[in-house]
Design a protein around this ligand. Structure first.
Ligand SMILES: Cc1ncc(COP(=O)(O)O)c(C=O)c1O
Length: 469
């Protein structure tokens, strides 16, 4: 049996670029293979969609692009040019943000920080989103008055949320507030922040409710916070529709139980647990099932009723209390804004009967944190003989584990050496999070693709300047 197809959702601009076969082949010829391509115009479209959800709810807001999602200078410059803010999580990202053109008052530093990063943040006069009491005490020691350093307190420990290694536990917030009061000449509390890696509006609204209470408590201490920062976590849409994902998942589970052909390589169960003739639990690739665009989730959140506030919508409560909503979207801003292209080196049959399509890149280059990707790579084959087949894509490292897909993938026809293979939607964490230089293979080039005057124009990621022709 040939596996069900799980087609990737593509932005129309990316679809048009792929439809123009010469586009991909020209890019490969100029920049080599494999290659990461980023589409700043898609980034801008995502930003517009989030911005209009916020404008519709009429909330005062600040969008901070979470730089960690991708090292791309193109995305950082596009964000700076659009006038939004940025969330940086290392000294390297802070330098990148400054050189991308963000002013200090548009930069916040998040994540866990050591003394060196705290010093760098203070020297650059950016906002520090404080992770813990040690950071806050160190800031109080290092900061100088006139003006006091702007800080947000990241909190965690909300009822119903999974435990987090980040943030100040709700039970410790009083200590933090007392410290802020003692050092009010050096530290200025802007507000409270959290980050939840969940799609669930109920969980987020619960955290918002707790933070609004903290804002009131801070006022009780004579402080005047005005910001509620809800972090990132808005989801991406990977699959073209839910049908392909569901059909594949069904076939995969049947194969795991031996009630259908195996879709899995070796003993991989993708997080599923098999017991008593049944498949239990959830798969590691569950995020690929989402079909709700980030802007819709955000609109739902802004309209969600807050129980402690007479059931008024979150957006209304923020506006009525003159509060600013800050967001730190990473993956939602780069959704569909990047692809990775590799080339087929050869096709072979393995001893277990599987067909292996060997590519010139490794699993790490296109996979986030080693989680199986549940959308199909796109083969741009020259071969016109369209006979669908089920294949595994294999990487170029000399390691058994370097199978790019540990699941069988449907392809429209078997590719030949040199054919390009496209991995869709790799801009968020897939491209950069775990790419290694194992085997002394070079890191793929990163190139910006622009659509101008009806044509696609390419330039090195580092050379891209928004607004310049
Ligand atoms: C503090 C913080 N903000 C924002 C983000 C970006 O999250 P996402 O890409 O899910 O929007 C992260 C991701 O880890 C984070 O840790």
């Amino acid at each position: 049996m040939i596996p069900p197809a799980v087609p990737a959702a593509l932005h129309p601009l990316v679809a048009a670029f792929l439809a123009d076969r010469d586009g991909v082949r020209t890019a490969l010829r100029h920049y080599g293979s494999p290659l990461h391509l980023v589409f700043p115009q898609v980034f801008t479209d995502n930003l517009t969609a989030l911005g209009s959800a916020l404008d519709t709810a009429a909330v005062r807001h600040r969008i901070c692009y979470a730089h960690k999602v991708n090292r791309s200078a193109t995305f950082a410059r596009t964000a700076a040019h659009a006038g939004i803010a940025v969330d940086v999580a290392s000294a390297g990202e802070l330098r990148a943000a400054l050189s991308a053109g963000f002013r200090a008052d548009r930069i916040e530093v998040t994540g866990p920080k050591g003394t060196a990063l705290l010093r760098a943040a203070l020297a650059a006069a950016v906002t520090v989103n404080v992770d813990n009491l040690w950071e806050l005490a160190t800031m109080a020691e290092l900061a100088r008055p006139d003006p006091p350093a702007p800080v947000l307190l990241r909190v965690s420990g909300f009822a119903g949320s999974s435990p987090s290694r980040f943030g100040i536990d709700l039970a410790e917030v009083t200590t933090a507030l007392e410290l802020l009061v003692r050092h009010r000449d050096r530290l200025r509390l802007l507000g409270f922040a959290f980050h939840l890696d969940t799609a669930a509006t109920t969980e987020r609204i619960n955290a918002v409710g707790d933070c609004l209470e903290l804002i009131e408590r801070a006022y009780g201490h004579g402080l005047a916070p005005t910001v509620l920062d809800i972090g990132g976590g808005l989801r991406q849409v990977f699959a073209a529709d839910a049908t392909g994902y569901d059909a594949y998942d069904h076939a995969l589970r049947a194969g795991l139980l031996g009630r259908g052909p195996a879709m899995h390589w070796g003993n991989n169960t993708f997080g599923y647990h098999l017991a008593e003739g049944r498949v239990h639990g959830g798969p590691v690739f569950h995020k690929y099932a989402n079909t709700e665009p980030a802007a819709a989730t955000l609109a739902e959140l802004l309209a969600a009723p807050l129980s402690g506030h007479g059931g008024r919508a979150l957006g209304t409560v923020l506006t009525d209390n003159l509060l600013d909503l800050w967001l730190e979207p990473g993956k939602a801003l780069v959704d569909h804004a990047g692809i990775t292209v590799a080339q087929v080196e050869f096709v072979k049959q393995a001893g277990n009967g599987a067909t292996l399509v060997h590519l010139d890149l490794s699993r790490d280059t296109v996979t986030a944190a080693d989680q199986e990707v549940l959308i199909d790579p796109i083969v741009l084959a020259d071969n016109v003989d369209t006979r669908p087949a089920g294949v595994y894509f294999a990487g170029h490292l000399c390691l058994e584990r370097d199978l790019i897909t540990q699941r069988q993938v449907r392809v429209a026809q078997l590719p030949s050496p040199g054919d390009p293979v496209v991995f869709a939607n790799t801009a968020a964490y897939h491209m950069d999070l775990s790419a290694t230089q194992a085997g002394m293979h070079p890191v793929p080039a990163k190139v910006a693709v622009l659509h101008r005057d009806g044509q696609f124009v390419l330039c090195h990621d580092a050379d891209y300047r928004p607004g310049q022709r």
